[in-house]
Design a protein around this ligand. Structure first.
Ligand code: UDP
Ligand code: MG
Length: 209
């Protein structure tokens, strides 16, 4: 039996976190013969009921782990803490707002089983405002100036990796982490899959333009 770790950074997600859990469990139920799981929620200093809801969920599911930050440190710090505390043979990071459809986990696992070290999702920017798409494109262009960290346009933090990749990432002790760059820089055999650009299931984005 292998273990899958699911790392979920969450900041003020009281409106969606329980639904997220339900959806993820539905997916996990399809792979229970082959995989045990742990869900690591990183409560990034939420000021709403996120932590309270997570604690309640944990009462009925011993596979839930909660890391709770003393204040808001940002998603990058959350992802790092999640990776650092994960123990799975395979680790997947995804957002709490269901913009990263958990259904894709099944497909991602297949590629890992086929021999890929990491599976990265690429989203099309359909349905996004023109101005956000414009700045996002500029960002990828600019960040890809450094040849060693070529970023694939549209790549997002919804990705799966083997233990070997996670350990390589954790070796890097950058202070101001930019995970997309780091994930790409460490290399490894990567499979890119295109996913649909979904809207948040509930709650509000934490990112300003
Ligand atoms: N998030 C976090 N800390 C923050 C901001 C966001 O942990 O300071 C989490 C958030 O709860 C969500 C994910 O990071 O699970 C992506 O955030 P958001 O949906 O606000 O960004 P967007 O999808 O709009 O780019
Ligand atoms: Mg979002």
């Amino acid at each position: 039996m292998k273990t899958l770790s699911i790392v979920v950074p969450a900041y003020n997600e009281e409106e969606v976190i329980e639904l997220f859990y339900t959806k993820v469990k539905e997916v996990l139920n399809k792979i229970t013969e082959k995989y045990e799981y742990e869900i690591i929620f990183i409560d990034d200093g939420s000021t709403d009921n996120t932590l309270k809801i997570l604690k309640k969920l944990r009462e009925n599911d011993k596979n839930i782990n909660i890391i709770s930050f003393s204040r808001n440190f940002g998603k990058e710090a959350g992802m790092y803490a999640g990776l650092e505390n994960s123990s799975g043979d395979i680790v997947v990071i995804l957002d709490a707002d269901l913009q990263h459809d958990p259904e894709n986990i099944i497909k991602m696992i297949k590629y890992i089983e086929e021999g890929y070290d990491t599976v990265t999702t690429i989203r099309n920017r359909k349905g996004e405002s023109k101005i956000k798409a414009f700045f996002a494109n500029m960002f990828y262009k600019f960040m890809s100036g450094n040849k060693e960290t070529k970023l694939k346009k549209g790549s997002q933090d919804f990705r799966m990796m083997t233990r070997q990749v996670v350990d390589a990432i954790l070796e890097l002790k950058e202070y101001n982490r930019f995970s997309k760059g780091i994930f790409s820089w460490v290399g490894f055999k990567t499979k890119y899959i295109e996913v649909e650009n979904r809207k948040r299931a509930a709650g509000k984005t934490k990112w300003s333009l």
